[in-house]
Design a protein around this ligand. Structure first.
Ligand code: NAD
Length: 377
């Protein structure tokens, strides 16, 4: 089988998410990295691209140059990843979709609901895949939880409780550090800080595992460090279309919490728990029974969890391999196979709508607000 041709925008040297994309995309021999506009600084981008083995004529200074250079090649790209800061996602993703490329965009997909709806429409009109990197949903044991919920092992889901709370922006003396400050500056981050950064991963996970969609939200946003315009802590209550009750806490000032992403699903006949810091286990408690720990790699896992595990039981698989699972399914989808579970533009749109609904709710003292994107109402 020939390898697919892959290009990246953003994710330059020293970026946070760039290495996870490269480790993930290249993990299974499905993709070759053949083009890139990797950095906001054209020279740094070209230099880094060459050091990664990209041919000089495909080491671009910016994304517009990459679009022009790639659109008419016979060996054009099969997939473009957009891993730039949030405010640039819309323009780049739309341009590459319109030129007929499949795209994997980082979250949040866009800054506004209108832009997100436009991306959904462009993907539908062009027939191209637009995926969004909700990579936590691709951990094998998250897939196991989803399979257990789907097969009725915990009965009807009553409650989903999820947290994505860390303490890495808790130092008030560091609040003016440029790498931290932009995340709470509306000009650069949009209308939400911590919820848009981490909370949407948790909200996506709640929908992904329960199979239910968020309908209404009531949010309480706080800037625990008062100089911040945008929130660094948020509590969001939500209600889902199928009746599931949701609770979500996200924070960047929770000193002592490291990655701090976990989810619990409580059904009528059992409960499940998964945490990103112990990603190879799911805790399962049947009603009236003992808690069991289900391990990645053990016999009897769902087909999805088993196929997305690579190394044997008790050997850790972490974040880059969760990203690899997104890429392996994208490769299959690009080759025309059906794959269930790839987070798509519709999921990106739901998140952007949820961000805006939470901001409105928080400004209105926690009033319940419709969180569905207009095109899904
Ligand atoms: P970062 O600031 O660490 O790196 C951004 C990179 O993009 C840098 O290399 C920068 O030079 C480059 N860049 C900026 N503007 C560019 C442009 N116009 N053209 C080409 N390159 C450009 O940021 P990050 O933390 O890596 O975040 C990037 C994106 O990834 C954000 O949207 C963020 O929300 C997302 N992210 C997602 C996850 C996840 O788990 N899915 C984790 C971290 C970050």
């Amino acid at each position: 089988m020939t390898r697919l041709r892959w290009g990246m925008i953003g994710g330059g040297e020293g970026s946070q998410i760039g290495p996870a994309h490269r480790l993930g995309a290249l993990a299974d021999g499905q993709f070759d990295l053949v083009a890139g506009a990797l950095d906001a600084d054209p020279d740094r981008g070209r230099d880094f691209a060459r050091r990664l083995g990209i041919a000089p004529d495909r080491a671009y200074g910016d994304w517009q140059e990459m679009l022009e250079g790639e659109r008419n090649r016979e060996d054009r790209l099969d997939l473009v990843t957009v891993a730039t800061p949030n405010a640039t996602h819309f323009e780049i993703t739309r341009a590459f979709l319109q030129a007929g490329f499949h795209v994997l965009c980082e979250k949040p997909m866009t800054m506004t609901v209108e832009e997100a709806e436009e991306i959904v429409c462009v993907a539908r009109d062009t027939g191209r895949i637009c995926a969004v990197n909700y990579c936590y949903s691709a951990y094998p044991m998250v897939r196991e939880m989803r399979a257990m919920v789907r097969s009725g092992q915990i009965g009807k889901v009553r409650l989903v409780v999820t947290n994505f709370s860390h303490g890495h922006h808790a130092d008030a003396a560091d609040a003016d550090n440029p790498r931290v400050r932009w995340r709470y500056d509306p000009a650069l981050a949009g209308n939400s800080g911590q919820f848009a950064d981490c909370g949407i991963h948790a909200m996506h996970m709640a929908s992904f595992v329960t199979g239910d969609q968020v309908e209404r939200v009531s949010a309480d946003f706080v800037s625990a460090i008062p100089s911040r315009v945008l929130e660094d802590d948020a509590m969001v209550n939500f209600r889902m279309a199928g009746g599931t009750v949701g609770r979500l806490w996200t924070s960047s000032v929770a000193v002592g919490r490291q990655h701090g992403f976990d989810i619990q699903v409580f059904g009528e006949t059992g409960g499940l728990r998964w945490a990103s810091e112990q990603p190879n286990q799911v805790w399962y408690t049947p009603l009236g029974g003992r808690t069991q720990i289900i391990e990645k790699g053990e016999p009897g896992l769902s087909e999805d969890a088993a196929r997305l595990s690579r190394v044997p039981i008790a050997h850790p698989e972490g974040f880059p391999l969760a990203v690899a699972n997104i890429y392996v399914d994208l490769a299959a989808a690009i080759r025309g196979e059906t794959r269930d579970g790839i987070p798509l533009a519709e999921d990106g749109l739901r998140s952007v709508a949820a961000i805006h609904a939470c901001v409105s709710s928080a400004r209105a003292g926690g009033q319940w607000v419709d969180a569905r994107p207009p095109m899904f109402r």
